[in-house]
Write a protein that binds this ligand. Structure first.
Ligand SMILES: *[C@@H]1O[C@H](CO)[C@@H](O)[C@H](O)[C@H]1NC(C)=O
Ligand SMILES: *[C@@H]1O[C@H](CO)[C@@H](O)[C@H](O)[C@H]1NC(C)=O
Ligand SMILES: *[C@@H]1O[C@H](CO)[C@@H](O)[C@H](O)[C@H]1NC(C)=O
Ligand SMILES: *[C@@H]1O[C@H](CO)[C@@H](O)[C@H](O)[C@H]1NC(C)=O
Ligand SMILES: *[C@@H]1O[C@H](CO)[C@@H](O)[C@H](O)[C@H]1NC(C)=O
Ligand SMILES: *[C@@H]1O[C@H](CO)[C@@H](O)[C@H](O)[C@H]1NC(C)=O
Ligand SMILES: *[C@@H]1O[C@H](CO)[C@@H](O)[C@H](O)[C@H]1NC(C)=O
Ligand SMILES: *[C@@H]1O[C@H](CO)[C@@H](O)[C@H](O)[C@H]1NC(C)=O
Ligand SMILES: *[C@@H]1O[C@H](CO)[C@@H](O)[C@H](O)[C@H]1NC(C)=O
Length: 699
């Protein structure tokens, strides 16, 4: 009876065992055998049965499939068999803190795998298709292995469920791939890639990522990431950012959108510029480390709840947090800002006194405590010329030659009372030239775009970068009108203005086309600033008659972007006879005003268009001056702008030099200025005017 019962139970047990074994997927059984054979198992693990689901220690099954292998901390060693790819139901593979070595096999196709914790082993390599098809992978840690140098493979893109990607000290080389945006990785929270050997910059796609914790800090003396950290400004999910021990340059961007940011470590980089005030009021900030950079301006003052470290070699003007720098320091900083806070300045401009002879600031020369010379020649500066140079009234010489400056020459420079020399040669400046006094020696050679207006995309907010107004507000130019004409009368006209033209000869031949709106016009640009004495203004301009350059330079890119048009010069020559007729033979009754440069008369054309005729004092211009004047008109006629008064034409006849403008007595803009597209292109002349001086003598 007892024997029978025992046999029965034994039978039941063996049936049960058979049943269990039959339920385990034979591919998993076979794969696990391979895995077991390649591992060196510690004695504490019992993997002796024939069925991994029977079970083996730290192996979990579900529905006859191997679901989890959790050997973390078990001191297992050996290698991982490539057969792991056959465990297609595997969800977790944990072998962290063990003694595994050899190459990691590919995990590709393990679409159910959610967690792969492989850190703190001695794996020697990782195949490039490792991540292929790991569509369920949420967290992976590859940190602290002995990988041969590898770069993040493109196959990572397929791991679209990734939340935590951790590979600290994993010998990753190459650049950080530009794939971490929220379209590819909508759930990415942690990107922990410290202590690797990346090169290059932060990828632009970070700006659109959902990352909350970003670790890209390098090793002391081994820092390689470079470029700016501007992309952080868009990473609004960030809570923690570690970028220390790299070679990041440029300024700390405005991080005011990072409302959850708690921990910001930027130490040991080469950041320059003024710490943005918005950083100091971030609501969640708890720790910030700015030590060992080249930050400038006032020492930032953070709330007492924030743990702050900003010792080291920063370049703050004063040590006490929150105390403003001297005004001249602020001015120089705003000048540096317009060229991206170059490292050279950040290294040399220490303290709160640019004129401290014991601590010379590079590029700055002082006399009796006033800045007299700024010489930034050949410093590789890229950016714009700050309008704030105009507040250094003691400035006598400003040398910005041989850099890579773009944008306009700010009109404010023409107001510097002591300026003797302005050398901006060999840059890439554009825009119209402000009217400098004759005592100023100008060199603007090597700026092929000066005289044209180049729209600068996205330049709003950059000091001095506004293309149309040279640093003054557009509204000031809107005053337009007769006032502009008289303003330019007081100053020397010529040079500043540009002009369009009515082809009077055509008008006379084809009266039906003399409707004002249809009249081809270009535009007069008058700069609002005029220095005290401007007569005989001396201008050198690329493409002037002096160097044989031609106005062709300016006919390229006859852009119609924005509200500025560069147009081809046409025939704008007006007969002296016509001028006599419309001004009543320059009658006293027609005088609108007088200035140093000449007298302005009003007149009216056949079609009732009111005009203002400026008659230069004869003998005002030498032949050379005249040539330059003509070259200037050739340049300026290429530009038209809807806010500016039209120059309709000019006349040179014997000693007569006349400029003809549209006349707007009320100071309002004519509709044709406000409506884009109502001004037809000027008819093109077959020859450039400057090449046919004979044609100037009356048409
Ligand atoms: C893994 O699967 C492949 C095909 O799916 C098969 O050829 C191979 O033998 C399997 N390996 C093991 C160890 O079962
Ligand atoms: C881990 O395994 C190695 C041999 O593989 C052995 O020398 C070592 O003592 C083990 N350590 C522990 C903590 O079990
Ligand atoms: C990712 O890391 C965070 C913080 O370490 C943790 O709370 C979260 O559970 C991790 N996610 C996964 C899928 O492991
Ligand atoms: C960043 O470093 C690489 C070399 O690692 C260099 O080629 C590149 O010009 C650097 N970029 C910047 C912006 O400094
Ligand atoms: C800031 O970084 C320096 C090293 O550059 C380090 O010594 C210091 O402990 C850090 N401070 C904080 C508050 O983490
Ligand atoms: C620079 O100029 C801007 C306006 O153009 C002004 O708001 C700012 O205060 C100036 N900065 C300095 C330091 O002069
Ligand atoms: C600087 O210039 C101003 C006027 O331009 C003058 O009053 C002053 O004495 C000069 N020197 C110093 C040290 O400010
Ligand atoms: C100036 O800037 C342009 C555009 O960024 C660049 O292509 C060029 O190499 C630069 N030139 C110099 C001399 O730095
Ligand atoms: C000069 O600037 C213009 C745009 O302002 C740009 O298209 C051109 O490439 C630049 N030239 C050089 C030599 O950098």
């Amino acid at each position: 009876m007892g024997t029978l019962a025992f046999s029965f139970i034994a039978l039941l047990l063996s049936v049960a065992a058979v049943t269990v074994r039959a339920q385990t997927d034979p591919r998993d059984v076979s794969a696990m055998q391979d895995i077991k054979n390649s591992l060196v198992l510690p004695h504490s693990l019992d993997w002796s049965s024939g069925d991994p689901c029977s079970p083996w220690t730290h192996v979990h099954c579900s529905g006859g499939r191997v679901d989890a292998i959790q050997l973390g901390g078990t001191n297992v060693s050996g290698t991982v068999s490539p057969s792991i790819r056959n465990l297609t139901a595997l969800r977790r593979f944990e072998v962290m803190n063990c003694g595994l070595s050899g190459p990691l096999p590919s995990f590709s196709g393990l679409s159910n795998l959610q967690a792969a914790l492989l850190h703190h082993n001695s794996f020697t390599s990782i195949p490039s298709d490792f991540f292929q098809g790991l569509t369920g992978l949420q967290t992976i840690d590859l940190s602290y292995n002995s990988f041969a140098a590898w770069s993040i493979p493109d196959s990572l893109r397929t791991a679209t469920s990734l939340q935590n990607f951790t590979a600290v000290a994993a010998n990753i080389v190459g650049s950080i791939p530009d794939i971490f945006d929220s379209v590819i990785f909508p759930s990415l929270v942690e990107l922990h890639l410290s202590f690797n050997n990346f090169i290059g910059g932060l990828p632009a796609s970070f700006a659109d990522s959902s990352i909350q914790s970003l670790w890209l800090n390098g090793k002391a003396g081994h820092s390689l990431l470079n470029g700016t950290i501007d992309v952080l400004a868009g990473m609004t999910g960030l809570v923690e950012v570690w970028l220390h021990y790299n070679q990041f340059t440029g300024l700390i961007p405005d991080l005011s959108r990072l409302e959850n940011l708690q921990d910001l470590s930027l130490r040991d980089n080469q950041l320059t510029g003024v710490v943005p005030a918005s950083l100091m009021v971030l609501p969640s900030l708890r720790a910030v480390n700015l030590t060992n950079n080249l930050l400038q301006g006032p020492t930032p003052a953070f709330a007492s709840a924030v743990r702050v470290d900003m010792a080291g070699i920063n370049s703050f003007c004063l040590p006490t947090p929150g105390v403003s720098c001297a005004p001249e320091v602020n001015t120089l900083l705003s000048i540096a800002q317009a060229v991206g806070y170059p490292l050279k300045f950040a290294q040399d401009w220490k303290g709160n006194s640019p004129c401290d002879s014991g601590n010379p600031w590079s590029g700055i020369t002082c006399l009796a405590g006033n800045i007299t010379v700024i010489n930034f020649e050949n410093m590789g500066l890229a950016g714009t010329i700050s309008a704030n140079y105009s507040s250094i009234t003691s400035l006598q010489r400003l040398i910005l030659a041989n850099n890579n400056l773009t944008g306009p020459i700010p009109t404010g420079l023409a107001t510097l009372p002591n300026l003797k020399t302005l050398d901006v040669s060999n840059n890439n400046l554009s825009g119209l030239l402000p009217s400098f006094g004759k005592s100023v020696v100008l060199n603007i050679n090597g700026n092929p775009l000066v005289g044209t207006i180049v729209p600068t995309p996205g330049s709003s907010g950059t000091p001095g970068a506004s293309p149309a107004d040279g640093g003054t507000s557009a509204s000031s130019t809107k005053k337009a009108s007769a006032a502009v004409i008289f303003g330019s009368l007081a100053g020397g006209v010529a040079v500043v203005s540009l002009v369009g033209l009515v082809v009077f000869c055509l008008i006379r031949k084809r009266p039906e086309s003399s409707n004002k709106v249809q009249s081809p016009n270009t535009v007069l640009v008058v700069h609002p600033h005029h220095s005290a004495d401007q007569e005989g203004v001396k201008i050198t301009i690329a493409g002037s008659s002096e160097n044989g350059g031609t106005s062709e330079n300016f006919s390229q890119g006859s852009g119609t972007t924005g509200d500025v048009h560069v147009v081809e010069a046409g025939n704008m020559v007006i007969s002296i006879q016509v001028m006599r007729n419309v001004t009543n033979n320059f009658s006293e009754q027609n005088v609108l005003g007088k200035g140093g440069f000449g007298t302005v008369y009003k007149g009216e054309l056949h079609d009732s268009t009111k005009i203002a005729v400026k008659r230069m004092e004869s003998g005002v211009m030498s032949d050379k001056g005249l040539n330059e004047f003509m070259a200037e008109i050739a340049v300026l006629t290429k530009v038209r702008h809807r806010h500016l008064v039209a120059l309709l034409g000019y006349c040179l006849d014997g000693n007569e030099r006349l400029l003809v403008y549209e006349y707007m007595p009320q100071g309002t803009l004519s509709p044709s200025f406000q409506l884009e597209g109502t001004r037809p292109e000027a008819p093109r002349l077959d020859e450039k005017i400057k090449h046919r001086p004979g044609r100037w003598q009356g048409c």
